[in-house]
Design a protein around this ligand. Structure first.
Ligand SMILES: NC(=O)c1ccc[n+]([C@@H]2O[C@H](COP(=O)([O-])OP(=O)(O)OC[C@H]3O[C@@H](n4cnc5c(N)ncnc54)[C@H](OP(=O)(O)O)[C@@H]3O)[C@@H](O)[C@H]2O)c1
Length: 312
């Protein structure tokens, strides 16, 4: 299958590209900026390939993965080339520039694009532009990703996600919609950014972070299954408090910092949703690395101290 991954150079988009390639599909990674390290190399780079492999190994069972690895090693095929391929196509969802060419030949689209600073109507407007281009190009399936509980905290960015969901579910292209919990990278980014201000977010906020490679396996599964409407939510393996995640970050070399209890009253509905667990889905916990395990595995994303000790 030929699949356009809008935002195919982003955090989950790269994992989707890697998973598509691993399953023998052609992935068209679409974004405004081509990856610096080449059209096929960056989407589905080493870290994403490893992540996708981990998620797949979990799905198929550790036993089978071990057997397959042993057989591959025996055959001297440790790094067997995947049968699929990836290429980059440049397009801008805001202006629509390049979209027609980017979607040319695509059977399905996974929209993994993002704009964290989007106001309420901006994601929706971009999705409308994308869906109109898909309809013209004859794309048969639009796969969207959203956020667990966004409708329970529908302000700011989450409000923009709800509006985007409505555009997809009432749009001209048959669709699937998967809601996922926060990615490990987002939690790491938040701790890292706060750490630069010598702060350590902490408190009772409930979060269920997930490896985006696990989310990517669900998205690619949805592509292969065909339009499925609203799919079961997917969440990380464990619901944790922000304080527990902060302790994991510290244990992995996060610099000493002043505790900053969250959520503050100031952040209103989102704060309430974080406190009461509305942004988690314990019943949808998927196997995969916890935040601490992910920090162990992805040393290039762990705090600087971890990277330095690994380099020694
Ligand atoms: N991050 C999380 O914790 C999380 C959790 C659950 C669900 N999600 C959802 O997952 C999706 C992807 O999030 P992410 O964090 O993986 O995104 P990300 O890492 O920020 O990547 C965004 C991607 O979108 C592309 N992009 C941005 N603006 C564009 C435009 N105008 N035209 C074309 N491409 C554009 C970017 O490339 P260029 O800038 O080069 O164009 C990049 O490839 C979003 O829908 C998000 O709501 C995220």
């Amino acid at each position: 299958m030929q699949v356009a991954v809008i935002g195919g150079t982003g955090v989950v988009g790269r994992c989707v590209v890697a998973e598509l390639v691993a399953r023998g599909h052609t992935a068209l990674a679409v974004s405004r900026t081509a990856p610096a390290d080449g059209p096929a190399a960056a989407p589905g780079g080493r870290a994403e390939r490893e992540g996708a492999e981990r998620a797949r190994a979990e799905r198929e069972g550790a036993e089978r993965a071990r057997a397959e690895r042993a057989r591959a090693e025996q055959e001297g095929a440790q790094h067997a080339a995947p049968s699929g391929r990836a290429e980059h196509r440049r397009a801008d969802l805001r202006s629509g520039d390049g979209l027609a060419a980017a979607l040319d030949g695509a059977d399905a689209v996974v929209d993994a694009s993002n704009d964290q600073r989007a106001r309420k109507d901006e994601l929706a407007r971009a999705s409308r532009t994308l869906l109109a281009a898909e309809a013209v190009a004859g794309v048969g399936h639009h796969v969207a990703i959203s956020i667990v509980g966004c409708d329970r905290a529908a302000v700011g960015y989450y409000g923009a996600k709800v509006a985007q969901e409505q555009v997809v579910t009432s749009g001209p292209v048959a669709w699937s919609l998967l809601r996922a919990t926060q990615f490990h990278q987002l939690i790491a980014w938040a701790f890292s950014a706060a750490g630069r201000a010598r702060l350590r977010p902490t408190g009772r906020a409930l979060i269920q972070p997930i490896d985006p490679a696990v989310v990517a396996t669900r998205l690619v599964g949805a592509v292969e299954a065909g339009p499925g409407g609203r799919l079961p939510d997917v969440g990380g393996p464990r619901v944790q408090t922000l304080a527990e995640l902060a302790a994991d970050w510290q244990a992995h070399g996060g610099a000493a910092a002043l505790p900053l209890p969250l959520p503050l009253r100031l952040i209103g509905r989102t704060g309430r949703a974080l406190r009461d667990g509305s942004l988690t889905a314990p019943g949808a916990a998927a196997p995969g690395p916890t935040f601490a395990q992910w920090l162990d595995l992805d040393r290039d994303r762990a705090p600087a101290a971890v990277r330095e000790s690994a380099a020694r």
